[in-house]
Structures are given as C-alpha cells and as structure tokens.
Design a binder for this molecule. Structure first.
Ligand code: MN
Length: 186
C-alpha cells in the first residue's frame, strides 16, 4: 500500500535487469512496438506488509499508481478501493521478482496483467480508460471518493463479466506463469 521510495536510482531497474540476465523473466519482445502511441498499464501483485495489487497507468514518463487491496474486477457491480500512491518510474512496471529487505517496495511482485490503455477522460479526481490487456479489457474508471480514497470500477460494456472474479480465476503472472507464491527466492 506504500510507494516504492522515490528519488535516486530505482530498485526496480537494477533488480529487473538482474532477473532478465538470470532468465527468470523474458524480455517483453515486441512490447515496445505493440504499444507505440498508446500508454501502457500494468497490474502487479505485491506481497508487502499486506498483499495488494498495484495498478499503474502510464502518463508520459511515469506510472500513475494506485494500490488496490482486492485487485481489479470485471464485474461492473464491484467497486474496488484504490488508494493513490506516488508516481513510479517506468522501470517499476517491468519488475517481477522478490526484493529483500524491509523497504516499502520489498516483497514478492508478479506482473499480473499488462497492456495498453486508451485514456477517455482525465480530470481531477476522475480518469476513465479502455484497457487492452491479457486479463483486463474494456472500459474502467478510477474515481476519487474521499481523502486518498478512490474506487476502481469496470464499465458496463461487452467486456464486462458480471458475477466473475478474475483475480481468483487467473492468479498467475502474465510474464512467467507463476503465482507470487511460486517465485524463486521466496
Ligand atoms: Mn505495492
């Protein structure tokens, strides 16, 4: 629920490179080409002090980020609490692995979903967008409902799946196929 430390060299960059070198995760072949012109999004599962999902939406050179304790849903009736956290650098969205230590960003992280996002509206306290991910697709909205309190809701559209629980159905990483419990080094 807390942001990775901002400023200085991001942990994610060095750890991400190390993972790539050790072959734990594969480079995102074709990813850059595929997203040309569209911002990307990534949803990570992060086993920190409390397990949560980090929902990140690219805005220029940073990832706007919200911690979503229960993760996204494709059911438009489900409103998921989303706590805004600090912007993260783009490298943070590439990280999958286990960070040692007691810092805010430590713990196991998997890339639960990723893809591109079409921003429909972006105004103070509200952003709506269409996602093109492996698990998440169609419209979503993030809306502020209070002090450091937003909700993430699926739009009612053809991609909606009422009554389903995508988090339970598909718990594993879209990069490695592993759940966070299965990461090496845990
Ligand atoms: Mn986190």
């Amino acid at each position: 629920m807390r942001p990775v430390s901002s400023g200085g060299l991001p942990l994610a960059a060095s750890h991400g490179t190390g993972l790539w070198r050790r072959g734990i995760r594969t480079p995102a072949a074709g990813h850059t080409e595929a997203v040309a012109g569209l911002p990307r999004f990534v949803v990570q599962v992060h086993d920190a002090t409390t397990l949560h999902f980090d929902f990140r939406l690219q805005a220029g050179g940073v990832l706007r980020s919200w911690a979503v304790p229960k993760g996204p849903s494709l059911d438009p009736a489900v409103r998921r609490l989303a706590v805004p956290v600090a912007d993260h650098d783009l490298a943070a969205g590439e990280f999958e692995g286990v960070r040692a230590g007691q810092s805010r960003g430590s713990g196991a992280v998997i890339i639960w979903d990723e893809g591109t996002a079409e921003i429909l509206r972006d105004e103070p306290g509200h952003v709506s967008f269409v996602l093109h991910g492996r698990k998440l697709s169609g419209g979503f909205a993030l809306t502020r409902t209070g002090e450091r309190r937003w909700v993430l809701v699926k739009t009612r559209d053809e991609a909606a799946r009422p009554g389903t629980d995508i988090v339970a159905e598909r718990p594993a990483s879209v990069r490695s196929g592993r759940t966070w419990q299965e990461l090496p080094g845990r």
